[in-house]
Design a protein around this ligand. Structure first.
Ligand SMILES: Nc1ncnc2c1ncn2[C@@H]1O[C@H](COP(=O)(O)OP(=O)(O)OP(=O)(O)O)[C@@H](O)[C@H]1O
Length: 305
């Protein structure tokens, strides 16, 4: 049985059009399904939790953006009876990009209905004080998270999304953040062994997948099945140079630049001088100066081609 958790508000309402198409096809094909609509932020977590408490096999399909999938995996209790599928309906869709899930909803639906392979997908885990949040794609601290924080409350994002210009909002917010952002001293410790110090960190991104932030290939070598996290640190680069560096990250060519460091680890500990914005899968997680990141030992079964 397919259980769809749908965020109709994703991409400023585009989720609604996408669900209309998907539901029409399910009805035409006579496929049994249940649908649940998110009514408020974090509702997807509650729905996923309730669905995963049952013992019979269930396919839980998230329809929305990366934020919706994030909420689903934060509620889901992974077990052998649960498989997760995804129909992208967001504005950045980094999960779909990384897993080569079609941006066309009916193609993504076909993949789910005809799925022959189950991918055992890693789940990243961010911990700081009381806070514990899982992630599918990435988490980050600094400049990139500050953009997520601002985008979440941006009225312009809603307008631009409706005009199918959602990415322009992020460009505008990124330019503004870059202008005022103060790079900071911080340390990163890998696997409780290797400690690195950086004097002027712009941001640190910790990733399961190679893409994040709407198509930036910050960690070209990341794989979401190896229980290893890839880390990209951008430090000590003049602001004007950042402007030329970021476009090169769409193809992963940023890693050749001085000031870009890519590393891997199973246990990542980050200490910053002052609290900075933190995100998981683009969802804000407050201001923190000390975070720990690792992979959950339990993976999630993901429906793929
Ligand atoms: N009914 C609702 N009303 C208001 N907000 C909601 C509702 N349902 C879910 N949300 C919130 O919508 C937010 C954004 O969802 P999502 O990330 O799926 O879409 P997006 O931002 O358009 O896409 P992307 O993350 O790919 O850019 C999430 O933070 C979630 O908590």
């Amino acid at each position: 049985m397919y259980h769809f958790i749908i965020n109709l508000k994703a991409r400023s309402g585009r989720g609604k059009q996408i669900w209309f198409l998907v539901e029409k096809t399910l009805k035409e094909k006579g496929i049994p399904y249940c649908s649940y609509f998110t009514k408020y932020p974090s509702h997807a977590s509650e729905l996923a939790k309730q669905l995963s408490l049952h013992t019979e096999p269930r396919n839980i399909i998230a329809v929305g953006g990366d934020g919706t999938v994030n909420e689903v995996i934060n509620g889901l209790i992974p077990n052998d009876n649960i498989t997760l599928g995804y129909i992208p309906a967001g504005s950045s869709n980094d999960l779909a990009r990384s897993l080569s899930i079609s941006p066309l909803p009916l193609n993504a639906l076909e993949t789910i209905l005809n799925s022959k392979n189950i991918l055992l997908h890693d789940i990243g885990k961010l911990e700081c004080n009381e806070l514990k949040r899982n992630f599918m794609v990435s988490c980050g601290i600094g400049f990139d998270a500050a953009i997520c924080h601002e985008a979440m409350t941006s009225k312009i994002k809603k307008v631009f999304n409706k005009l199918k210009l959602g990415k322009l909002t992020y460009v505008g917010i990124a330019l503004k953040q870059l202008l005022f952002y103060q790079p900071q001293y911080g340390t990163i410790t890998l696997d409780n062994m290797k400690k690195f110090e950086f004097s002027n960190i712009l941001f640190i991104s910790i990733q399961n997948h190679k893409y994040e932030g709407g198509g930036f290939m910050f960690c070209p070598d990341a794989k979401a099945v190896d229980q290893i996290l890839d880390v990209c640190i951008i430090e000590n680069i003049p602001k004007l140079k950042i402007l030329s560096l970021l476009p090169s990250a769409f193809k992963g060519n940023h890693i050749k630049h001085r000031g870009v460091h890519v590393m891997k680890g199973r246990q990542i500990e980050i200490q910053m001088e002052k609290p900075l914005a933190v995100h998981v899968d683009g969802e804000p997680c407050g201001m923190q100066n000390s975070i720990n990141i690792s992979c959950n030992p339990k993976k999630i079964q993901f429906l793929t081609n």
